[in-house]
Design a protein around this ligand. Sequence first.
Ligand code: PMP
Length: 422
Amino acid sequence: MGATAIRVKQVHFVRLIGGEISTAVRRMLHEFISLICITIEVKYAISRLHKFVMPSNSKPLSPDSLLPEQLIRQEVLALNAYHVQPSPGMVKLDAMENPYGLPDGIRAEIAGAVANAAINRYPDANAQSLKQRIREVSGLPPEMEVLLGNGSDEIIQLLAMAVAKPGATLLSVEPSFVMYKMISAFTSLNYVGVPLTEDFSLDMPAMLEAIKRYRPALIFLAYPNNPTGNLFDATAIEQIIRAAPGLVVVDEAYYAFASDSFLPRLGSFPNLLVMRTFSKLGMAGLRLGYLAGSKIWLEQLEKLRLPYNVGVLPQLVAEILLQHHDVLLQQAGQIKLDRSWLFERLVGTVDVHAYPSAANFILFRLPRAASVFEGLKQRSVLIKKLDGGHPALADCLRVTVGTADENELFIRALQESIHQFS
Ligand code: PMP
């Protein structure tokens, strides 16, 4: 009932009983009913105000009845969390890790350094010593700066946060590394994924058209690309960097297995940044990635980097490992040799189409891929199922190059699984 309707009823009531009671009692009754009416009116006004302030479909927030839909952004509600497959007891060929351990001498050196590490103190916030070591092993041009991340995933997020003005766009290609799209959602960036051609090379007319249309603040190109494994044409990438109105990040996560790099080209393009990780070189457990580029960009990103994002132990251990960079490069060299062996076996397997790779994994397509993947799991071999993730990857699986023994085990299990489901 509205406040006006209550007032009218009050007047009627007082008139109705007016003839039978004294004036004093009538006045008291009048005041009493007025008081009730004022209370009802105030309550009514508050309830209207509530409706105005709160959207009609949201309940008032109370910790007991709180639902995620009431607080969490729509882009986040729509996401699926990055899925990591359980792997205990499996031959693990799903995550592009280096399959080799370290020689005893280096392990002892790490053990000694870790025993004496000041883990009661915060780490060096600028990781000066580790950065210097990275400069040395990567041959970084001296005028370029380095920013460290807790894995290169964190650097993708920093870059996205920095450019996330309302309406800004992040552009990449598809299929490529899924975190470019996920992090766009984390940071409310528009995401544009330009399809690669059928052989997974850059579709240059489509790329240039998309750059003109969406004016992306940030472009990511994985070089070599994950999950396809190929290196895009370098002159096409240069053309993209020139056409881009914003930053272009060449993501060289797999640089250790590739024949080309954009690091030496940093000085030639003011909007180029090169990102790398040590995850694939044997340090996946340390979580360490870096971004190289001009000071004008990196000093802005430094403002968003959380203090102490790389801990005491990762700094210490990575520095020791980079003193033995030759050992890691030797392991990468072995992985490249084994990649050729694995590629030939895959090409020689009936019904399998394998894609040439410049990384430490191989993408391949075969009939009934999802069943074959399950067959491999039954045989304790874990690889990555891409089928179902993106239309261009229908019936695709991806295997990481392991040790020679692991690769042989995988090929045997693959042949058995194919036979099982044919
Ligand atoms: N870029 C690419 C292309 C990748 O494939 C990956 C990991 N698979 C990353 C970046 C992230 O690596 P990390 O966070 O381990 O440094």
